[in-house]
Design a protein around this ligand. Structure first.
Ligand code: ATP
Ligand code: MG
Length: 275
């Protein structure tokens, strides 16, 4: 569990995070959503210590990260896995070398133990046999999976993913989302995902924090989002007429109204508003 309270962060005069508080839950995919520039990446960077918030407190499983000394933070960082936007693989290294990198840096293992662990995580992300390939030789979806393998190779308790689906087609995005959800459950990690992908919100949004211009505008899960009356959220999530209609249908369905075709037709014909 990662809890943060009253986080503020400004760059020069510009307030980027304005008193944001929330709890990221263990064993769940915790999503930070919002339009470009709403502060998602800055918030994630504050949580892992890449930016220092101007004020506020961050607690990892009840222990204050804010008050931790350098050694404490160093130890904690080894329990954090990160999947960067664009995967950030080392182009001159093979898949195997990329995934082994954190083990070379931090793990006290001999070469054969390291290779065994690399192969375990490559198997886990369905990339068995891709060891000797270079990033330039694999697809975008495979690169993300290598990024995930590298992020989980040290068995982290906390996993941070910044836009894991950027640049992927909807089907491949779904595969990546499901993989992240599965490993979150399997290893009981606290996973934090920045996204503005509508499919991700609906598929894996177990705990969603919606940011608007640097503040927390709404929180809930992927069921509650359908029924939310928050206007800013609805404009963001259900931006197109098509998605707005889909939301209305889903609401009717949930209310049991849609089961009756005649009733549905009457409502549509009468232009009745769906509440
Ligand atoms: N290092 C920095 N120095 C100054 N301003 C910054 C810095 N990093 C981010 N910002 C500003 O903070 C605001 C929020 O940026 P952030 O990158 O968190 O947005 P985001 O929600 O992640 O957007 P996107 O969806 O495009 O990734 C933006 O106005 C940005 O210009
Ligand atoms: Mg961002």
């Amino acid at each position: 569990m990662i809890e943060f309270k009253n986080i503020r962060k400004s760059f020069d005069e510009k307030v980027v995070l304005d008193d944001v508080s929330h709890v990221m839950e263990t064993g769940k995919c915790n999503l930070i959503i919002g339009t470009s520039g709403s502060g998602k990446t800055v918030l994630q960077k504050c949580l892992v210590g890449l930016f220092e918030p101007d004020s506020g407190e961050i607690l990892y499983d009840g222990i204050s990260f804010t008050e931790m000394d350098d050694d404490g933070r160093k130890a904690l960082r080894q329990q954090i896995g990160m999947l960067f936007q664009g995967s950030a693989l080392f182009d001159s290294m093979t898949v195997e070398q990329n995934v082994m990198f954190p083990l070379d840096m931090f793990a006290k293992m001999n070469s054969s133990e390291k290779l065994k662990r690399v192969n375990e995580v490559l198997d886990r992300v369905n990339l068995e046999g891709a060891n000797k390939k270079f990033p330039a030789e694999i697809s975008g979806g495979m690169k993300k999976r290598v990024g995930i393998a590298r992020a989980i190779v040290l068995n982290p308790k906390y996993l941070f993913c910044d836009e894991p689906n950027s640049g992927l087609d909807p089907q491949t995005s779904m595969v990546i989302d499901k993989l992240i959800l599965e490993i979150t459950k399997e290893f009981n990690m606290t996973t934090v995902i920045n996204t503005h992908d509508m499919n991700s919100v609906m598929e894996i949004g177990e705990n969603i924090l919606y940011m608007f211009e640097g503040h927390k505008e709404w929180t809930g899960n992927n069921e509650e989002i359908i029924f939310s009356k928050n206007e800013k959220l609805n404009q963001f999530i259900f931006a197109s007429k098509f998605l707005q209609d889909a939301k209305d249908m889903r609401m009717l369905e949930a209310k049991g109204i849609i089961a009756d075709d005649r009733n549905m037709e009457d409502m549509l014909n009468n232009g009745e508003e769906i509440k």
